[in-house]
Design a protein around this ligand. Structure first.
Ligand SMILES: Cc1cc2nc3c(=O)[nH]c(=O)nc-3n(C[C@H](O)[C@H](O)[C@H](O)COP(=O)(O)OP(=O)(O)OC[C@H]3O[C@@H](n4cnc5c(N)ncnc54)[C@H](O)[C@@H]3O)c2cc1C
Length: 823
């Protein structure tokens, strides 16, 4: 950094509001603190009551409350009622935005009953909690079990719902990511009242990835299952002073938790907790913590510091002592450590009550601290609120770790706010590009703190009155925030949306990626029910008409204005060329990521991450088979690939090359490969283009085949046609009843056949006679037991086949009616 001297600005004129701010402590001490304390106490009693109920009972009540939310949503008449908002009063949230969206007509859904810990599952290491459970409440339940959420935001009052849908971080985020990264499942009530459970890999996985940073604009969260980790009773904390310029401080901070050899997942080298506080442009204290057992902490010679007691010095002031006394180590009870910044509200408490850090105040009234942020907001009035917007900064800048030095210099020049809080967090490379996302190609650099699956970021927390304001100089808070937001956009940084923003809609979506979020808004029917995230975060009053017009515009956008990846085998890929080509396709709104490839066959983007891949190639072999496979990987199902060829006067075989390319695309699994007409609006050096689509189904996915029931051919019967009546074909002779052949034989007692027998009786009598001479029927024993039963039961070689049934020992005789038809 070349120059840390800030030019002095003109003096600012003092106004009435300055006195209101200066003497605000009177209202805080006599009104805000007593009410805050009463509210904390009542909330505590409510939590104890809830903890006395069994998990089963809590779950039952939860299910009933979910049904009430469902009913309320179903009762909404979209044409009459406004957009859906929670019934939470705007001033109750910890965030600094004005929550202006609640001033427009809206339809309230009451979620106030959702404040219970539903289950602590020690086997699955999961805490199932409702969205209004706050950090103080959850640590009170888990810490005695030697368990904790993997990320416990420092401030007691922060809620699970707010940390998931908004922003949540703490000193363990360099291992686990942001608060939302530790969630295993969400239970969400969608716009149509459907209740779904979204996880990383179930049918609602797209919703799962879209929830963080969505500010409740996709659905209402009614419970979350969050990862638990085992912990120990104490935090062994090392305070290490650093003296140097801001770049050197940034490097010392990186070295405190990110091994230079890249061994970022090695618990021996990486501490459990990290934070750095920068007190002046040249002084900082880096703190690293490791969980320690009671036995270790209580060993002789170790210092135990119970920072949670109300009379103890404020934590940031205590840590500052390292600048004077040098590096030191102490043991802090784990729960006290988690909430170390609560009592002093980081260092904001000093501005609200300038003497609250003095020993006499701490001993006398420290037990009432901190004032509830919600009450401070409720009692400040419009004038003080505007004063804070103009003369105060509460902002977090999320920046890649390697840019922390630059960010610190920027803050010093533009805002001059101290102390500054540094807290690292790992940003995961998700399979879907979410609202915040890693820098394209970061894996190839393997910078300090990065792994192949995550990029190390840092929250540069800028909270306090800027130097110029403290010196009574002119300071334009809104302009400073605007410049900060531009700096973040240019440096692939992000701004948590609880803070005041000056971004217009276009720049908001330059900072955050809209693609996946907007797709989910449409898919899950949120458009027209919940306000969009930009309008929710936007400063200033919103009318319902304004919001609805904006929603309509989104619905009418022609083609996925989503993500585009462009690359080339050439040295340069002009951005204007990419935009021109995309415009020809009807894609106006997009943020292309451009990669220039020379030889690599890998694309630096996650799977199913982009809507369009644009390739500009010079070589006839480009893209090769392997690269086409990569294109297929990074495209979302149904995504489009465009390949343009730069003209090469020597070949002149456009048609042949086009069909080769079409065939290559088809063989790589793309559909609808076809040549593109290179329009005159595109630069003349483009000789031809080919377009194809990735199939809209996922490889490996399954779906039920519809049974193709072939419809039988319909036959039209015309009753009037000349069909032949079968009866008409019979003659009179045919119609006569047939005379059955009757026995002509003598049927007296002897029942003998006549001489000229033609009825068959003589023949049968001969058989019987023959049988009598060969078989002794009186002693005959059937082997199979069926000979006497009749032909139906006899075997094929039975000697009695064709004869009537008989009883063993009796003579076989033909009955009189043996010729009578048995039909
Ligand atoms: C003084 C101060 C200290 C802070 N300290 C920390 C800190 O230590 N660590 C940290 O990580 N952050 C901190 N923050 C920032 C804080 O994380 C954000 O304000 C965060 O969004 C949580 O605030 P909240 O619990 O009040 O949620 P809210 O502001 O009430 O909610 C945030 C968003 O989530 C939505 N939402 C909440 N519940 C639901 C639900 N059930 N369904 C759908 N949508 C929902 C809300 O509508 C809102 O848009 C601090 C902010 C301030 C001002």
């Amino acid at each position: 950094m070349s120059d840390l001297e800030t030019p002095l600005r003109p003096k600012r004129k003092t106004a009435v509001v300055d006195f209101l701010v200066q003497f605000r402590w009177i209202v805080v001490i006599f009104v805000v603190l007593p009410i805050s304390f009463t509210m904390y106490f009542l909330t505590y009693l409510g939590d104890i009551r809830s903890e006395m109920k069994s998990y089963k009972r809590r779950q039952k009540e939860h299910d009933e409350n979910v049904q009430k939310v469902v009913k309320r949503l179903k009762d909404r008449n979209p044409s009459k009622d406004g957009l859906v908002c929670t019934a939470r009063k705007p001033w109750i949230a910890v965030g600094m935005r004005n929550v202006d969206y609640k001033r427009a007509r809206h339809f309230e859904v009451d979620l106030s009953a959702f404040r219970n810990v539903l289950e602590i599952d020690q086997e699955r290491m999961i805490a199932k909690v409702e969205p209004l459970v706050n950090m103080g409440q959850i640590t009170r339940v888990t810490v005695p079990l030697n368990l904790a959420l993997a990320v416990v935001a420092e401030f007691d009052d922060l809620t699970v719902g707010g940390l998931i849908n908004g922003y949540g971080i703490e000193g363990s985020s360099h291992i686990y990511g942001l608060f939302s990264d530790t969630v295993v499942a969400y239970e969400i009530v969608l716009a149509d009242g459907q209740v779904v459970r979204a996880t990383r890999d179930n049918e609602y996985s797209d919703l799962f990835y879209a929830i963080p940073w969505s500010q409740g604009t996709l659905g209402l969260l009614v419970s979350a299952e969050i990862k638990l980790i085992p912990i120990k009773e104490y935090m062994r904390l090392t305070y290490k002073p650093v003296v140097g310029n801001l770049k050197e401080i940034a490097q010392a901070y990186s070295d405190s938790f990110a091994p230079r050899d890249g061994d970022q997942d090695n618990p021996e080298k990486v501490p459990d907790f990290v934070e750095t506080m920068i007190y002046t442009p040249t002084e900082a204290v880096c703190m690293t913590g490791r969980y320690a057992s009671k036995e270790e902490a209580k060993k002789k010679g170790n210092v135990i510091n119970e920072v949670g007691w109300w009379f103890k010095p404020w934590f940031y002031q205590h840590a500052e002592k390292a600048l004077k006394k040098g590096e030191f180590v102490e043991y802090i009870p784990t729960r006290d450590y988690y909430h170390r910044h609560t009592r002093s509200i980081y260092w904001e408490g000093k501005l609200i009550l300038p003497f609250a850090d003095q020993w006499w105040f701490r001993f006398l009234l420290g037990w009432m601290m901190p004032p509830k942020i919600s009450l401070l907001k409720a009692t400040q009035g419009e004038a003080i609120r505007n004063y804070y917007h103009d003369n105060h900064v509460i902002q977090d800048m999320l920046v890649p770790l390697y840019k922390v030095g630059d960010a610190l210099e920027w803050v010093h020049h533009e805002m001059e706010v101290y102390p500054i809080w540094l807290c690292p967090h790992r940003m995961y490379k998700n399979p879907i590009k979410t609202m915040i996302y890693t820098e394209p190609g970061f894996e190839q650099h393997r910078r300090q703190g990065d792994t192949h699956y995550s990029q190390m970021y840092t929250d540069v927390g800028v909270y306090y009155a800027p130097g110029p304001v403290l010196r009574g100089e002119v300071f334009d808070g809104a302009e400073a925030v605007r410049r900060m937001e531009n700096w973040l956009i240019e440096n692939h940084g992000f701004q948590p949306q609880y803070a005041v923003s000056e971004l217009n809609e276009k720049n908001f979506w330059r900072m955050f990626d809209a693609g996946h979020y907007e797709n989910c808004r449409r898919k899950y029917g949120a458009v027209g029910t919940f306000m969009s995230v930009y309008y929710k975060s936007k400063k200033g009053r919103k009318t319902e008409k304004e919001v609805q017009e904006a929603e309509q515009a989104i619905l009418e956008t022609p083609i996925a204005e989503g993500s585009v990846l462009a690359f080339t085998d050439d040295g340069v890929l002009p951005v204007s060329l990419v935009f021109d080509a995309l415009r020809e396709l009807g894609t106006e709104k997009c943020e292309p990521q451009i990669v220039t490839l020379s030889s690599s066959n890998q694309l630096p983007v996650g799977s199913s991450a982009v809507d369009i891949v644009f390739t500009l190639c010079r070589s006839i072999e480009f893209p090769n088979e392997q690269l086409l496979g990569e294109i297929s990987r990074v495209l979302k199902p149904g995504g489009t690939v465009l390949i343009y060829k730069i003209s090469d006067a020597s070949t002149g075989e456009t048609d042949k090359t086009t069909s080769v390319l079409e065939r290559k695309l088809l063989l790589s699994g793309f559909l609808e490969a076809k040549a593109l007409q290179v329009k005159s609006s595109l630069p003349s050096e483009l000789s031809f283009g080919v377009k194809a689509k990735k199939p809209s189904w996922k490889i490996g996915s399954s779906f039920a085949l519809k049974k193709t029931t072939k419809a039988l051919p319909k036959i039209q019967i015309n009753d009037d046609s000349d069909l032949i009546d079968e009866d008409s074909l019979l003659t009179e002779e045919d119609l006569k009843k047939p005379q059955l052949l009757s026995s002509d034989c003598e049927v007296g007692s002897t029942r003998k056949a006549c001489k000229n027998c033609i009825c068959g009786r003589a023949e049968e009598e001969q058989k019987v006679e023959k049988l009598g001479s060969t078989v002794d029927l009186s002693n005959f024993k059937s082997q199979c037991g069926s000979c006497g039963l009749g032909d139906a039961f006899r075997c094929a070689t039975c000697p009695f086949k064709g004869l009537p049934p008989f009883k063993p020992g009796e003579k076989v005789s033909l009955s009189a009616n043996f010729l009578t038809a048995d039909i």
